[in-house]
Write a protein that binds this ligand. Structure first.
Ligand code: G1P
Length: 277
């Protein structure tokens, strides 16, 4: 079954990006020409998705305004691509009433998703090359939910969901267990969930009666762990670059790397960097 829908949770606080995020959503933090969430919407679009649900919350109105038609002339160079995407994609919004964790946010997508597989993209992450298209292809081949994972150094293990899996094919794992933000000693591997998923709608059954987990929040990782015990859930090793824009150093790196590859700014920026002392 083709993946036609995407869900983008964008309801979390941007505590690690304060004071930038004091009065604006972390998903609206700019990276070179665009706010982070525009990269995420584009990633969904270029993976063939045409219906997107963004889960927002308090103080997130700027996100809705960004994807509104706007008053800019249609041919404005910087908004042309976005306008074209908006012509083809329907974007819906729902507000998470209370911040109770990623798992709780995803529950708000149940009616939108209905009984179709869907891509889930965290709204404060950029992947280059886009990870979702790869996940969609793995889903088409294996037929079960697929979670993108990357190898992380020890010190980053406690920041992520970590999987335990056996390798089926090169870079494809059958997930046996998952732990949200484990201590280094209890981590079953160094394969960390990076914020891109293709899920079957059965995930909502596992989210339904889920008890709060790590940090007292409803954790998507816990629902996926329960699902993996009964259904086929796969891990896909992603070897590209992922930037967590909820983190200042990663945000700076994303700006530098994306600016260096930019047609308009790249050459001059590179020269300037080379001479920087
Ligand atoms: C969430 C997930 C975690 C995942 C991470 C990726 O955590 O719960 O499993 O590894 O995103 O960024 P958060 O970073 O929102 O605390």
């Amino acid at each position: 079954m083709k993946v036609k829908k995407a869900v983008i949770p964008a309801a979390g606080y941007g505590t690690r990006m304060l004071p930038i995020t004091k009065a604006q959503p972390k998903e609206m933090v700019p990276v070179v020409h665009k706010p982070v969430i525009q990269y995420v919407v584009e990633e969904a679009y270029y993976s063939g998705i045409r219906e997107i649900l963004i889960i927002t919350g308090k103080h997130k109105r700027a996100i809705e305004d960004h994807f509104d038609r706007g008053d800019l002339p249609k041919k404005e160079e910087y908004t042309e691509e976005l306008e074209r995407i908006l012509d083809e994609v329907s974007i819906f919004f729902v507000r998470q009433k209370e911040q109770r964790g990623l798992g709780d946010a995803v529950k708000y997508a149940e009616a939108f998703v209905d009984d179709e597989p869907f891509a889930l993209l965290l709204g404060d992450n950029i992947t280059i090359p886009p990870c979702t298209e790869m996940l969609v292809n793995v889903f088409a081949r294996y037929g079960g939910s697929v979670i993108a994972v990357e190898r992380v150094p020890r010190e980053r293990i406690p920041l992520h969901g970590i999987i335990k899996g056996s390798e089926l094919d090169k870079g494809i794992y059958r997930i046996e267990d998952m732990i949200e933000k484990p201590r280094v000693e209890e981590a079953p591997s160094d394969l960390a969930v990076l914020g891109r998923y293709v899920l079957t709608p059965e995930i909502f059954d596992y989210l339904k009666n889920l008890k709060p987990g790590y940090g007292g929040e409803i954790q998507l990782t816990d629902a996926l762990r329960d699902m993996a015990k009964e259904k086929d859930v796969y891990g896909m090793l992603y070897n590209g670059r992922r930037y967590d824009i909820g983190n200042k150093l990663e945000w700076l790196k994303a700006n530098v790397e994306i600016a260096l590859g930019d047609v308009e700014l790249g050459r001059e920026f590179k020269e300037w960097l080379a001479n920087l002392r």
